[in-house]
Design a protein around this ligand. Structure first.
Ligand code: FES
Length: 105
């Protein structure tokens, strides 16, 4: 399944991400600027912050309390903010679209 990342200037990048991998891992593997994933996915950095497109928000399991706490540390969190390391790719998420924040730090 593929994920689509849109940067602050509207640039669109696609990444094929194997089922079971996180969006963060897929973005890093595909060298998508804007997702850093400095902690490697253990919810201690918030540099994998992204904004989930409206159509996709309901399709994701809701964020854990720990993820919510970490999102408070992200730059300019919004209602649709998620940590991309906590979004696990599934077939159902084929085409998931997320917006990249202007900056991760
Ligand atoms: Fe560090 Fe997601 S990669 S919180």
């Amino acid at each position: 399944p593929k994920a689509i990342f849109i940067d602050k200037d509207g640039g669109q990048y696609e990444a094929d991400i194997p089922v079971g991998q996180s969006l963060m891992e897929g973005a890093v593997d595909n060298m998508i600027d804007g997702i850093l994933g400095e902690c490697g996915g253990v919810m201690s950095c918030a540099t994998c912050h992204c904004y989930v497109a409206e159509d996709w928000q309901d399709k994701l399991p809701s964020a854990s309390e720990r993820e919510e706490d970490m999102l408070d540390m992200a730059i300019e969190p919004q209602d649709n903010s998620r940590l991309s390391c906590q979004i696990e790719m599934t077939e159902e998420l084929d085409g998931i679209t997320v917006y990249l924040p202007p900056s991760q730090f």
